[in-house]
Design a protein around this ligand. Structure first.
Ligand SMILES: [Ca+2]
Ligand SMILES: [Ca+2]
Length: 490
């Protein structure tokens, strides 16, 4: 529910008291105009590779995220929000330009967004706000790379994925970033802690009477691998009490060879069989929970600073993660799937003009953030945006909502998420259909259920008719896509 803006209330008071005193009344009116012309500030916070393991989303019963939950309590939590792509680069490129991967051709970790002919001349989200008078600044990871191209001031990545020990702790082989365990000694050695300090200092130093509103990006790197955090964060989750995700050993029997190849072959993450046989499953889950708790702590530093700053009541806060993450679910690890574990993300929008403590289970997408912020900041509407403003769901979380969330992993591989169901179609023509009302783990592929034929067809109709070719690159996604292609009959 939208509340009456405060200045309207005070204006009525001023007018009723001072009706006969023209001088005072005209002074009050000019004050109101000054207030109205001041745009809300924007604080955009990203947490890299955070899946639904937050207390408010319930993805893991032991997750400890008091600050994410505190933020959710202040605004609208989109509990059925999904990325456009389960990989950093295409997810962020899509969200920050307002174009689907199948429009830009950026489906994987490369190329850079400026190498897409569709995206190269578009404003990114912070650039659009800068054009409308905002002072833009960021630290950490908002874009996949090269943030300083898009913000007027860039505080740096502060060391990105952070320090690493001389020898790997937990996974002796594989990609150098793929490791987990208690490291380093203290929080101040973690880049995210320094990013939070940077944001905290900035928020307190921008004066209330600043003539420009700000757009601040704060991008945290944990829980992205390496899943390292100081030991005190591990101590919150004793290893002998860790609950591992539920896995159904027969789950893969109803998947196509293509689906299995696409999600397993040529990936850099460890194989599930190795994690189990090495006795590392509980340790990896503990490391992820510790990394999430640490990232949440860093978020808390920023929220505390906002609350202590003069901008507390005039700042819209958006928190998002760029994609999901498997920790053994469906017998796999990491990102790069278009199942629920790969696409579901935290998405919270806080704007004090709307009711707090709202949860909407309508399908929302990261692509919706751009038009939502344009509307909340009262900037010109942009019809070319491919997402939809979520403001109607901030007014009424249960409003009629015909939109779906669309995720892809390479041309021809799409997931359609509605309020209840997930439909998947792969490049080889194979399909899956899951009913979240009865099957939250997506174990039972219902694609051949006769009584669901009609509802499946409604989802199939949401697939995009036109799909850009995959722009060339040599990323993990390109390699997995290539490996699976042998199962496609021309
Ligand atoms: Ca990511
Ligand atoms: Ca299954």
């Amino acid at each position: 529910m939208r509340m009456l803006p405060l200045h309207h209330q005070s204006l009525s008071l001023v007018i009723s008291f001072c009706l006969s005193i023209t001088f005072v009344a005209s002074f009050a009116v000019s004050q109101v105009q000054a207030t109205e012309s001041k745009k809300p500030n924007i604080l955009l916070i990203s947490i890299d590779d955070l899946n639904d393991w937050t207390s408010s989303l319930g993805g893991h019963p032991q997750a400890k995220t008091p600050n994410i939950d505190r933020l959710a309590d202040r605004g609208t939590l989109f509990s059925n929000a999904h990325c456009q792509s389960p990989v950093c680069n295409p997810s962020r490129a899509s969200m920050l330009t307002g174009r689907h991967p199948h429009t830009s051709g950026i489906y994987f970790l490369s190329p850079d967004l400026k190498q897409s002919p569709v995206l190269e001349d578009l404003d990114t989200l912070p650039e659009r706000f800068a054009k409308h008078g905002y002072q833009t600044m960021a630290a950490g990871k908002i874009f996949h790379t090269g943030d300083k191209r898009f913000f007027q001031e860039y505080g740096g990545n502060m060391g990105g994925f952070g320090p690493r020990p001389k020898e790997k702790i937990s996974q002796p082989h594989g990609h150098p970033l793929w490791d987990w365990g208690a490291f380093p000694e203290s929080d101040d050695l973690m880049p995210d802690f320094n990013i939070a300090q940077w944001a905290s200092t900035k928020l307190k130093s921008i004066p209330a009477e600043s003539d420009k509103p700000f757009f601040m990006g704060v991008g945290f790197y944990r829980p992205h691998v390496p899943m390292f955090a100081p030991k005190k964060w591990f101590d919150l989750f004793p290893r002998n009490q860790i609950q591992i995700p539920l896995v159904n050993d027969k789950d893969r029997n109803d998947l196509s060879e293509y689906a299995i190849a696409l999600t397993n072959e040529n990936h850099v993450s460890p194989e599930h069989a190795w994690v189990k046989s090495a006795g590392q499953w509980e340790h990896a889950v503990q490391s992820y929970l510790a990394s999430v708790a640490f990232a949440d702590y860093c978020l808390g530093i920023v929220l505390d600073a906002l609350d202590q700053s003069p901008h507390k009541d005039n700042t819209i806060v958006v928190l998002f993660a760029d994609h999901g993450f498997h920790l053994g679910e469906k017998q796999r690890w990491a990102k790069r799937t278009i199942w629920e574990d790969g696409t579901r993300v935290p998405l919270i929008v806080v704007d004090n003009r709307y009711s707090p403590k709202q949860i909407s289970s309508k399908p929302a997408q990261l692509l919706d953030v751009f038009p939502t912020l344009l509307e909340l900041a009262d900037l010109p509407n942009d019809q070319s945006q491919e997402g939809k403003s979520l403001v109607p769901l901030m007014k009424d979380p249960q409003a009629d909502w015909s939109h779906i969330a669309l995720s892809s992993f390479g041309k021809g591989n799409f997931a359609v998420r509605s309020e209840r169901y997930r439909f998947i179609q792969y490049l080889d023509g194979s399909e899956e259909f899951y009913d979240h009302a009865n099957d939250p783990h997506e174990w039972n592929n219902l694609i051949n259920k006769k009584k669901l034929t009609e509802v499946i067809e409604q989802h199939r109709k949401r697939l995009p008719a036109n799909q850009a070719d995959v722009l060339p690159g040599n990323s993990t996604g390109h390699k997995a896509y290539q490996a699976a292609s042998r199962f496609v009959n021309e």
